[in-house]
Each structure stands twice: as C-alpha cells, then as structure tokens.
Design a protein around this ligand. Structure first.
Ligand code: SAM
Length: 225
C-alpha cells in the first residue's frame, strides 16, 4: 500500500516501463508497481547501505529478486546500458539534489523516455534544469499528503523555454489548476500575510522585507487568479 504521495508518482510511470527508482529507500514504489504487474523490471538505486538493506528486505519479502535489482550507487550510476531503462523516478528529495543527480548522470547526453521527479522543495530549479537540458514537461501534479503539498514533474525529451512564472508555478499547473495546487499557494499567501501583519504592527511597512513580501503575494495572486 503506497502513500498518497508515492501513489501519485506511480500514476505517471507508464505501463510496461523498465524503471529505475533512484534513492529508493524501502523500494515501496518499484515493489508495488511490479506486484501489480504495471511494470516488468526495475532498478532500486541507493547511495547509502542502510536504505539498500531496506531494498533487499523488500525484495525478499515479495520474492522479486528476478525483476527488482538492488544497486548501491551514486545517483544514475545505478543504471547499466543493458538494463534498457526507459523511465527514471527520483522522489522524496530536495530539488537541488535532484538537479545534481541529473547533472552527474549526464542526462543531457543519455536520453530517457520519461523522467518522473518529485522534489520536496525547490521545484522551480528542477523545471529550469529540465528546460536547460532539453527535457520538456508533459504533465504536473500536486498532492496534499500528511499536511504537505508535494509537486510531481513529468518530463520527456524536447526543447522548451519557460517564463519565470512558469518556472515558479508550473506550466501545467497554471493552465489546468488542480485543487491541491490552488490550496498550496493560497496557504502560502495566508502564511505571508500573517508575517506582513506582524510587520505592520511593528510599524515596519517601509522595510525592504515588507515590500518583498508584498511583491510575493502579488506574484502568487496573479498566478492563481
Ligand atoms: N524515493 C523514496 C520516496 O520517495 O519515498 C525515498 C526517499 S528518501 C527521503 C531519499 C533517499 O535518497 C535516501 O534513502 C537516500 O539515501 C537516497 N539518496 C540521496 N542521495 C542519493 C544519491 N545521490 N543517489 C542515490 N540515492 C540517494
């Protein structure tokens, strides 16, 4: 049984994919997709021995050793050409780390059919990385799970340029706003207005911080209008 967050990531893995889950920890995602026969083969990559032991436990528990390969490796070094991987998932990390893994893996040279990325923060940096390295978004999602809003980016090879607004909010989120995406940014407006109220009480409406918060609220309101 997957968390709401991982279930949403799983939705974007194509049927029959040969998938690499980088930073797999318990390998819940590939195990679930293999047991439900959505996919036929997966790599579970881990940089740390502790999480790799979790992967191995999950493989044995479900007798998946023929179809789920545990690999101790940094990022995309877990993938061999002979694996014929077409879909790469990187979920549950910061956007900066995801960009680092993509850069180190020379994803600008190795083209995968699909990337499914779920940055916990700094989603804008990941969108920018994709556009700079000839991947374009083909879908996006936001899921509310356990008090957090998680963004999912789905990318495939292709050239694109995004505006600053698209980098921050997501081109698909902007054109097809989902309730969770709206909620995420509405909550952010509430959070910032709360800070602004405090600054007002302290007589700091002329401060640079107050002005910046005001601009941020305006930027968000324009995006979710
Ligand atoms: N992907 C799972 C999920 O979304 O639930 C697990 C996320 S867990 C918070 C992040 C995992 O990424 C950790 O187990 C960590 O060891 C692994 N990790 C961090 N940097 C990595 C790298 N460069 N290569 C492979 N795994 C990495």
């Amino acid at each position: 049984h997957l968390s709401k967050r991982l279930a949403a990531v799983a939705d974007f893995v194509p049927d029959g994919a040969r998938m690499a889950d980088i930073g797999s920890d318990h390998a819940y995602l590939p195990a679930n997709l293999l047991l439900n026969k959505h996919i036929s083969f997966a790599i579970a990559g881990e940089v740390a021995p502790g999480p790799l032991a979790n992967v191995e436990t999950e493989i044995q528990r479900h007798r998946l050793s023929d179809v789920l390969m545990p690999r101790l490796a940094n990022g995309l070094a877990a993938i061999k050409t002979s694996d014929l991987i077409d879909t790469v998932v990187i979920a549950g990390m910061g956007g900066r780390l995801i960009c680092q893994i993509l850069t180190d893996g020379e994803l600008d040279k190795f083209r995968y059919h699909r990337l499914v990325l779920q940055p916990n923060i700094d989603t804008d940096l990941v969108r920018a990385w994709l556009a700079e390295n000839s991947y374009h978004l083909v879908d996006e999602a936001v899921v509310a799970d356990d008090g957090h809003y998680y963004e999912i980016l789905v990318a495939e090879p292709g050239n694109v340029t995004y505006s600053l607004q698209e980098l921050k909010f997501g081109p698909y989120n902007l054109t097809e706003p989902s309730p969770a995406w709206l909620e995420k940014w509405q909550r952010e407006v509430v959070r910032i207005r709360h800070i602004m109220n405090k600054l007002e009480s302290a007589g700091q409406t002329e401060s640079e911080a107050y002005q910046e918060y005001g601009k941020e609220v305006q930027t968000i309101m324009e995006a979710i209008a």
